[in-house]
Design a protein around this ligand. Structure first.
Ligand code: KG4
Ligand code: ZN
Length: 329
């Protein structure tokens, strides 16, 4: 089955074609440079850029895959969560394509898409597994018992998402946008034990996260020590986030009796997080699956791959498919 996927939920415009074996093409156009001067994504500007770029990106994805448009079996598109105007561009394009090609439409939850980034390289992976999803808007522990398209949320952030904390602290440190990669780069030359930032809610039985106190702790430190070494602050902050994410994931795996762990979402690109989670999983003989860095970021291949499994299960959408900005599991 060949699935064409479309992703426009935030600031990446992407179209991909995948089948059961893997990726045939995956074209991603980032708007980072466009939003950089504003220090964050401007929703209206994002939507306009998607609208302008989507036709060329679609054309390139089809060319790269070396297939005929008639070979496409399903059109999959992110319908939430995300920015409403941005989502609507992708959804309208997908509906038009589905009508023109006379091929079924599948609406995909962006969060499920992130989990499916793993399947692009491990198509044989089947539940049960636990996924730590860490992105700009979400920090969730997802339990997949049997059906890989359905998850139970067993833990989530009660305030900021992990990626949001990276972005906000990067702003406090004057490191610019996007914050995650900037913090990681700056932290490389810093001492992660120079400052001890709080690790919130590390009590047994609690699988929720809280990062707003950590962000405030960085703010207070910078107020009392305006000349604090930026690299040490970045490294100490990153270590605190990683400690909490890894501790909670290991605790959840133990509580739920899971042997397989997935790390997905934009923050999964963080090398300290990848390294520490791998260490802790190996100590406990847990099987860890993490997508390659480029597939941790928003892309349409993961959406298409999730769409493929949804289509296999007959979970199609009709032309009433709409953008759902706060879609959850
Ligand atoms: O999944 P994603 O591309 O978009 C959303 O669905 O939100 O995630 C973007 C988030 C941003 O907050 C960004 O700062 C963070 O992922 N991020 C990172 C790294 N690369 C991206 N955070 C920490 N370390 C990184 N290397
Ligand atoms: Zn995302």
């Amino acid at each position: 089955m060949k699935v064409l996927g479309i992703e426009t939920s935030c600031d990446e415009t992407s179209v991909a074609i995948v089948d059961e074996e893997g990726i045939l093409s995956n074209v991603v156009s980032s708007q980072v440079k466009v939003h950089e001067p504003f220090g964050g994504v401007v929703p209206e500007v994002a939507a306009r850029h998607h609208l302008r770029n989507l036709p060329q990106i679609f054309q390139k994805a089809v060319e790269d895959a070396g297939i005929d448009l008639r070979d496409i079996d399903v059109v999959a598109v992110t319908h939430g969560p995300g920015l409403i105007g941005a989502l609507m561009v992708g959804i309208s394009f997908a509906k038009g394509l589905s009508l023109a090609l006379k091929k079924p439409l599948v609406g995909v939850n962006h969060l499920l898409g992130h989990v499916y980034a793993v399947k692009l390289n491990f198509p044989q992976l089947e539940p049960p597994y636990l996924a730590l999803l860490v992105s700009g808007g979400h920090t969730e522990l997802l339990l997949f018992k049997e059906d890989p398209t359905r998850a139970e949320v067993v833990g989530r952030t009660v305030d900021d998402a992990a990626g949001e904390a990276f972005d906000k602290v990067a702003r406090l440190l004057g490191l610019g946008y996007p914050g995650g990669p900037a913090i990681e780069r700056t932290a490389r030359s810093g001492d992660p034990h120079r400052y001890h930032f709080p690790r919130a809610m590390l009590e047994r039985g609690n699988l929720n996260f809280s990062f707003s106190g950590l962000k405030t702790a960085v703010l207070y430190l910078l107020r009392s020590e305006p000349d604090a070494n930026r690299s040490d602050v970045a490294a100490s902050f990153q270590e605190a986030v990683v400690d909490v994410l890894v501790w909670k994931t290991m605790h959840a795996a133990e509580l739920m009796g899971m042997k397989k762990v997935l790390l997905v979402g934009g923050v999964a690109a963080n090398s300290r997080l990848r390294e520490k989670l791998a260490e802790e999983c190996s100590k406990r003989n847990l099987e860890l699956h993490v997508p390659p860095v480029e597939l941790c970021m928003d892309n349409a291949a993961m959406i298409a791959r999730a769409g493929l499994d949804l289509a296999r299960r007959g979970k199609f959408s009709d032309l009433s498919l709409n953008a759902v900005p706060y879609l959850s599991f």
